[in-house]
Every structure is written in C-alpha cells, then in structure tokens.
Design a protein around this ligand. Structure first.
Ligand code: RRO
Length: 322
C-alpha cells in the first residue's frame, strides 16, 4: 500500500531532485554542511563505526576551529538558552595544531565526505603555520579561515575590517592551492566590504554568519551569566540577520557562499539558497537533533521536487535584493 502511494506521489512530482553541487571545486552530494564546532564527528564515528558512512548527515565536514597552541577554553558557564537561540562562550578549546594532526586527523580521515579544517591564528604567522601544515595533508580538502570567533579576548579581529582581511589573505593565498573559505563575522560594520576584501585577497568561498556578540544576565545575581562575560548568539533568533548578510555578500562578490544562521528545516535552507548561498550549513539545530542535517537534506530534496524546480544552482540568487 505504501508502495503504491509512493508511486502516485512520484508520478505527480517527478523523480527525486538531484542535489549534487560543486563548492570551490569540491564535488558535494548535496548542499548541507555542518557549521564549524557544532557536530562532533569523532564521537559519531565512535558511536556508529563504519555504519556512519551510510548515515552521515553532511556532504562535507567542517572541523571545530583549531589554533597553533592547545587551549582549554573559557571558564564555565559556557552556554545560555536565549529565546529561539543559544549563546555560547566556548572559547576555542582544542588540542592545538600538533594534537589535531596526530590524534584527530587520522580519525577524521575515515569520514565518508570531504574534510574542511577550520583554523584561527592570533597573528599572521600563526595563521600561516596552520594553513601550511594542514593543507599539506592529503585528507584535507579545504581550509576555513575563522577570522570571526567572538569568544577570545585577543586576536580573531582580522575579519572585522576589510584591510585586515585583505592583508591576511595576501599572506595565506600563496601557501596552498587548496580552497580557502573565509568565515565572516556578523559583528563588523561593513560585512560586504570584508567580503570584497576576502575576494580581492584570493579567497575561494565565504561562509557566514558566525555568532552575534551577546550577553546573558544571571537573574539571581544581576551579573553576566557566562564565565567569560559575553558570548555569541546562534539559532533561529539570528536567521533574518543571516539572510540579510548572505544576500548582501552574494550581491557584492562573485564567490560561492556557505550560508548559515538558524537553519532548522528544508524550507529555511531554501531561503538561504534563494538569498544567494551556494550551499548551507546547519549548526545549533544539530545540538537538538544530531541527525538534523540529514532531515534538512531530505526536506530540501522533497521541496525541490514538489516545487518542480531543477538543480540547486538554478535558484541561487532568486531573492537577491542587495
Ligand atoms: O569556540 C568558540 O567559542 C566559538 C568559536 Br571558535 C566561533 O567561531 N564561534 C562561536 O560562536 N564560538
């Protein structure tokens, strides 16, 4: 019975939509990635083993940001639930470059999808070392330059001003032919200007948005809740802001855009594609449901089929207003 119902449905709406897409020269099976730091692929590998290959929710995996030196992260508390959102003040905990290359990379190599390594330096020299040593590994398909972490006191400001972004890219571009994706901050006065600077410096793609700088007050004490004082807001609360910034950046550069910010459904994903994103990323929703990426991919496929539209590329930019 279910079979005949499905047949009727297929006849009405045509064959499953092809969601495959290319991002900066990397072939992806579908347009749903993870936002950096929002999905623990190593824990997933541990839980599912080789079976993960069939159920991995994303078409590429973006690692949690790494730094040159190991970091413990910010003092607790590190999370606060906001209306329709999450404030985090994680503070970039990671094993450092050496630890990542020797302990994490051999595990991440087993993933069934291309690997994007997210890196953040506190100086040009640190960024250069991170790019140089990560890009040299065959398992690394691309690098994401996190110039937008809201949760560290020093550094990570290189994405706030166009001239800083350009200067950084001019140092990094000669180091590798692999794609460089620049993760933009929404906490900049001129996000479009930073995007143009990244393009002028030779970036291959842009990803946005990172989290919006924010504060939560402890109702008991009237003082900031988060150990570090402030954090970054993500989730549906930021979606309209993210859509506007994706729209602006897509209009001002010719680079492919990884659009993210509060995507919870295939419908949300379609909105980002229509605003000019080439692919999308799911972040906060994966904390609620680690399989959200696969559900959103399936919803997107169904929407593409039921609306009669063709490949994902065909609608990119439909909603551009900037
Ligand atoms: O680790 C963090 O606190 C963090 C990072 Br690196 C980032 O890029 N964005 C964010 O919201 N948190």
């Amino acid at each position: 019975m279910a079979g005949s119902l499905k047949q009727t449905h297929d006849q009405r709406h045509g064959p499953p939509a092809d969601l495959s897409i290319e991002l900066a020269g990397i072939e992806l099976e579908h347009p749903v990635l993870n936002g950096s730091g929002t999905f623990d692929a190593i824990a997933a590998l541990r839980a599912f083993g080789p079976e993960l290959a069939d159920r991995f929710p994303f078409s590429a995996f973006v690692s949690k940001t790494i730094t040159v030196a190991p970091r413990g992260g910010n003092p607790p508390p590190r999370l606060w639930e906001a209306p329709a959102g999450l404030i985090n003040s994680i503070g970039l905990p990671n094993r450092g470059l050496e630890g990542f290359l020797t302990r994490d990379l051999p595990l991440l190599e087993r993933l069934p999808v291309p690997l994007v390594v997210s890196v953040a330096g506190f100086s040009h020299e640190e960024f250069m070392r991170l790019v140089d040593e990560s890009a040299a590994r065959d398992a690394v398909a691309a690098l994401e330059l996190n110039v937008s972490c809201p949760n560290v006191k020093s550094g990570c400001v290189m994405g706030a001003e166009p001239h800083e972004t350009l200067a950084l890219l001019q140092r990094l571009r000669p180091l590798t032919a692999k794609p460089l994706i620049v993760k933009l901050t929404p906490n900049a006065t001129d996000v479009g200007g930073v995007a143009e600077a990244a393009e002028a410096g030779g970036a291959d793609a842009l990803s946005l948005i990172n989290t919006l700088r924010s504060v939560a007050i402890d109702p008991g004490s009237g003082r900031p809740w988060l150990g570090a004082g402030s954090g970054g807001l993500s989730g549906p609360a930021v979606r309209a802001v993210a859509l506007e910034q994706v729209n602006t950046v897509a209009a001002r550069t010719s680079l492919p855009v990884v659009g993210m910010g509060g995507i919870r459904s295939g419908r949300d994903a379609l909105d980002f594609l229509a605003a000019g994103a080439t692919v999308v990323a799911v972040g906060t929703e994966s904390f609620r449901d680690p399989a959200a990426g696969a559900r959103i991919r399936d919803e997107l496929r169904e929407l593409r089929r039921s609306t009669g539209m063709g490949r994902v590329q065909d609608i990119a930019g439909d909603a551009r207003t900037a």
